[in-house]
Design a binder for this molecule. Structure first.
Ligand code: ZN
Length: 268
């Protein structure tokens, strides 16, 4: 009886052991899968960050149902076309990884675009817009760096000066003293906000809010107003396919020169 009991007992024990073994196997596979995933994720992050010396954030203003200013052309057509051209130039260069704030045609809030760049931490961000005037005679190029007192103000100003200079070289007529301005939103007592645009010579620190895309940025950031969509001549120069390509070329040159001169010692 003793032996029989033993034989009867054995298979049961084996079965139990096998069962336990299978359970352990699944757990091991699961841990391995999680580890592999984590390793892949870290690897991707490292590749993303270090495979190219510089990460450039590009923001095509407006998008989706928000077409921006409307004049001879729609602002959004200009911002998307120029951004696509600039991304092409940067990618062909080989030194840059381009991060776009949104897809073509996508309607995404400025807060979400700003947050994306705060997360990705590019070396610099360029936000592309176009101007409009009630009077069709208003013309020219201007750009807005992060203003005095805000993060990365000094570097943003230098980048803006490089951009304005290249745009002037491409034939743009610069607005203000040098095509560089500081932009603020000023609220009155009733809570209505209006834009306050100051020349780059006004380096006083104001407590006003600035443009959404320039807020809390961890890198030099410049918003460009490429031309006036309400001005025929401006659109012919910088609003057509060819004109957008010309502006993109100027931005590309400015980005290269800025990074070579200012950021060379600290690529990401
Ligand atoms: Zn705009």
């Amino acid at each position: 009886m003793k032996g029989k009991n033993w034989r009867e007992y054995q298979p049961q024990r084996k079965q139990k052991k096998r069962h336990r073994h299978r359970k352990g196997g699944i757990l091991k596979k699961l841990i391995l899968a999680v580890l592999l995933f984590a390793l892949g994720y870290v690897g991707f992050q490292i590749y993303f960050r270090y495979s190219k010396p510089y990460v450039i954030g590009l923001d095509a203003g407006h998008g989706g149902i928000d077409v921006g200013a409307v004049g001879v052309i729609q602002e959004v057509d200009l911002t998307e076309h120029t951004t696509a051209k600039l991304a092409e130039l940067l990618q062909a260069d080989g030194r840059f990884r381009v991060v776009l704030s949104r897809d073509e045609g996508e309607d995404k809030s400025i807060t979400d675009r700003n947050k994306l760049f705060q997360r990705v931490k590019p070396n610099l961000v360029l936000s592309i817009h176009a101007n409009s005037g009630e009077d069709a005679s208003a013309f020219g190029f201007e750009c807005y760096p992060s203003p005095p007192g805000k993060p990365n103000y000094e570097k943003s100003l230098v980048l803006a000066q490089y951009i304005a200079k290249e745009m002037e070289g491409a034939g743009a007529r610069l607005r203000g003293t040098d095509g560089v301005r500081f932009g603020y939103y000023v609220a009155d007592e009733e809570g209505n906000t209006s834009k306050l645009l100051l020349d780059s010579t006004d380096t006083q620190i104001y407590d006003y809010d600035t443009f959404g895309m320039l807020k809390n940025m961890a890198c030099p950031t410049v918003l460009v107003e490429q031309c006036f969509v309400t001005n025929q001549e401006d659109v012919a120069e910088f609003g057509t396919d060819e004109g957008c390509a010309r502006a993109a070329q100027a931005y590309y040159q400015a980005i290269c020169k800025y990074l070579e001169d200012v950021e060379k010692a600290e690529p990401k």
